[in-house]
Design a protein around this ligand. Structure first.
Ligand SMILES: NC(=O)c1ccc[n+]([C@@H]2O[C@H](COP(=O)([O-])OP(=O)(O)OC[C@H]3O[C@@H](n4cnc5c(N)ncnc54)[C@H](O)[C@@H]3O)[C@@H](O)[C@H]2O)c1
Length: 719
């Protein structure tokens, strides 16, 4: 053994070929500080050894190296631009020293190589990949770009157009694409990986391959003339800038950086990369996005804990083949859990099946699945009008109409058909889980499983614990949600659960603004500019004005002190006019189908007249005031949910809002948003609007925390 560290060891393989192995004691290899220090040691040892003729870099884990250690980012970024540049220059020196080793190098990539993990591969002369592995530079998703030479080496290796796509898109690229684009040199079966890497090294040693020419290519200016260069970068800027939008600066910064160092040699180019990186890493968006990544990890960890204590669901069932039931059946089947889909209406069953087939067809067209896989998935859905086969079902999701009486009777009916210990979960949006449980003989086996529409696209599932729900029921439901590829977040029962409880105060803010004379078009524009995927009026149309009115009533009854209101709201007026939103083509907007059959939103000139009496006479509102009046109730209600233990942690609350209602990710979530503003500033802002009612009044604990200078996310969890 030439070197043996905690994570890295280096040993001779044969004929002067050495192997540098990443073998972390954790589940994956990351390039944390300690590992980078060991890497330095390993390179020093290799340089000092006379008989080395070639080096192969490998991993003992399922993945190769998943990237830098993101938990270290916030500390690094908080040190300021100069310190970041200094830190990067040290790592770049280390990476360059791998590239300059006096013998050929090959990365034998057996699984995921991402970010820094792929940048290390780029320093090698050759890259061999197994067929199932993926490689990429996903840094832009964290608000940064590759800072360990990725923006320099990749365009020199695969060309500017490809590098723009890889770096600005941040995708994990499959082996076939990586090979086609030239990012790797060979793709082989896993059992051939070592031999293929060794073969390449022997070829270099024998002088068959000119590995030094490859180094020169990665270290020289990009070989395009000025006009070609301008065309490549300028045309990409338009497309990528438009796609990223104004709130996500990283992709554009990556292009600009690549453009500005395109004519430079490696060392100068690395300095430019580092300076741009430092600027990006110290802007406001990066900590929010890095924080979200870490919150997501925490949510996953919580999910895994639940999962560990239970058995997977082998056979599921869904009651109701409507919008939600059909979507749940599709999701379950396409992810490999067979599901019975029961309805009382044969036509509904057919509609549910047609919807699943349509979604699978789209996957087929996009090449995501093949025909046998599609047939298998469809075969996983068994439509039925009876309870005949319910005797071996592990978990049932009830998704019938939103009516407590109907739900209670259906739940009691199905309970009688289920084997002992099977779990029942309701997809109700508004009805108390504890209340529904009163219809059951075994309330301990019952919980809520709240999906969002459209099921196949929305990542969140709220798992709702009623008063009598057992730990096993929660765990099994969490495990099922994970098997469906969703992110489950466990919450305690209350009106609206977590997500709707927080969303309706936001809608209340909207109604109050209209009542006071604000223009709904301006509000939508301002809130979309703030970062929401759609403004509140548009969102209400998509949710359905009838659904919103119904849920609003439930919330008002549940929290009369702050969610009840007097007089007819604009939303209620639309409901009484039967303008139900997108579903019937008329709501705050009117909708026409475009050529693809998708509803197109149009301004309805009639609306102001129709709303007369439910809205105040027009008055000017500044954008800042609109944002404050919309966001304060949402934020305070999120805090209440945390304080009351409806949600387990600040991280879960923020993730639920991002995944459930599209809270702008670059703002990090409601609690992070408060943190960033400063709790004291937030309370002072809220106090300016206290006459609008209790929704605008911070809790006592918020004021205490503000006085004590506390935050919802400490240094570490924000990192
Ligand atoms: N649509 C949404 O955006 C959304 C989002 C989250 C949750 N939810 C909730 O999901 C549930 C279903 O909503 P949806 O929008 O799919 O409704 P839907 O009206 O589209 O479908 C309901 C289906 O249930 C069937 N049904 C009625 N009684 C039944 C019974 N006794 N046994 C079996 N099937 C029966 C109906 O035939 C219909 O096909 C509701 O509780 C709703 O609140 C809806």
């Amino acid at each position: 053994m030439l070197m043996e560290g905690k994570t890295i060891h280096v040993a001779a393989v044969d004929e002067g070929i050495y192997e540098l192995v990443f073998a972390s004691e954790h589940s994956v290899n990351t390039l944390n500080r300690a590992t980078l220090a060991e890497l330095q040691e390993a390179v020093t040892a290799l340089k000092a050894t006379a008989d080395v003729r070639g080096l192969m870099i490998t991993s003992t884990k399922d993945s190769f190296i998943v990237g830098a250690d993101i938990t270290e980012f916030m500390g690094m970024f908080a040190a300021g631009e100069a310190a970041i540049v200094e830190g990067l220059s040290q790592i770049n020196a280390l990476f360059s020293s791998i590239e300059e080793l006096p013998f050929p190098t090959v990365a034998a990539i057996n699984g995921l190589a991402l970010g820094g993990g792929f940048e290390i591969c780029l320093t090698c002369d050759y890259r061999v990949l197994t067929a199932g592995a993926k490689v990429g530079l996903p840094e832009v998703k964290l608000g940064i770009y590759p800072g360990w030479g990725g923006t320099v080496r990749l365009p020199r290796l695969i060309g500017v157009d490809n590098a723009n796509e890889w770096i600005c898109g941040g995708a994990e690229n499959r082996a076939d694409k990586a090979l086609k684009d030239g990012a790797v040199d060979a793709v082989v079966a896993p059992e051939q990986l070592r031999d293929a890497a060794l073969e390449l090294l022997r070829g270099c040693i024998a002088g068959k391959f000119d590995y030094l020419a490859r180094r020169t290519e990665k270290r020289s200016p990009i070989k395009l003339n000025q006009i070609e260069m301008m065309m490549a970068f300028e045309s990409a800027k338009g497309v990528i800038g438009a796609k990223a939008g104004p709130h996500y600066p990283a992709p554009m910064a990556a292009i600009k950086t690549m453009q500005s160092h395109a004519t430079k040699e490696l060392d100068d180019a690395l300095v430019i990369e580092a300076k741009g990186f430092a600027k990006l890493a110290t802007n406001e968006v990066t900590p929010a996005l890095v924080g979200l990544f870490l919150k997501d990890q925490l949510v996953k960890k919580v999910g895994k804990k639940y999962e560990a204590d239970t058995a997977p669901v082998k056979q599921a069932a869904v009651l109701g083949a409507g919008i939600m039931g059909g979507g749940i059946a599709y999701q379950s089947a396409s992810r490999g859990t067979p599901i019975l889909m029961k309805d009382i209406n044969e036509d509904a069953l057919q509609l549910g099946l047609d919807e699943a087939a349509k979604l699978l067809n789209k996957q087929l067209e996009r090449g995501k699945i093949d025909a046998p896989k599609m047939a298998k998935a469809l075969g996983h859905i068994r439509p039925t009008l009876s309870y005949g086969d319910f005797g071996n079902v592990d978990l049932v999701v009830e998704a019938v109409v939103e009516n407590p009486k109907v739900k209670k009777s259906v739940l009691a009916e199905v309970e009688a058909q289920l084997p002992e210990g099977a779990i029942l979960a309701s997809n109700t949006s508004t009805i108390s889980i504890t209340e529904l449980a009163t219809a059951l003989k075994h309330p301990e086996n019952f919980c809520g499983m709240h999906f969002f529409n459209p099921v196949h696209r929305m990542p969140l599932v709220e798992v709702i614990r009623g008063k009598k729900t057992s730990a096993e029921a929660v765990a099994r439901t969490v495990a099922y949600a994970k098997a469906l590829g969703k992110t489950p977040i466990v919450v305690n029962d209350c009106p609206g659960f977590l997500v709707n409880r927080v969303l309706f105060p936001y809608f209340a803010g909207f109604s109050a603004l209209l009542r006071d004379g604000a223009n709904y078009l301006q509000i939508d524009k301002v809130m979309e500019g703030f970062g929401w995927p759609m403004g509140p009026a548009y969102l209400l149309d998509v949710v359905g004005i009838d659904t919103a009115c119904h849920a609003d009533g439930v919330m008002a009854a549940g929290f009369p002190d702050r969610m009840s209101h007097e007089g007819e709201t604009a939303i209620e007026r639309l409901y009484s006019l039967k303008r139900l939103g997108q579903k019937n083509g008329l709501g705050f907007y009117r909708y026409e189908l475009d050529r693809k059959g998708k509803p197109k939103k149009l301004v309805d000139e009639e609306l102001p007249k129709l709303l007369e009496g439910s809205v105040g006479s027009a008055r000017e509102f500044g954008d800042e005031e609109i944002i404050a009046r919309m966001m304060i109730p949402l934020c305070i209600e999120t805090v209440r949910c945390l304080e009351e233990g409806i949600v387990g942690s600040a991280a879960e609350a923020d993730m639920a809002l991002v995944y459930g209602i599209g809270f702008p990710p670059f703002r990090g979530g409601a609690l992070y948003y408060i943190d960033q503003m400063g709790l004291d500033v937030f309370c002072r802002l809220a106090d300016r609007f206290s006459d609008l009612g209790k929704l605008y009044q911070p809790t006592d604990k918020m004021r205490e925390m503000a006085a004590a200078g506390q935050k919802y996310f400490g240094k570490e969890s924000r990192a």
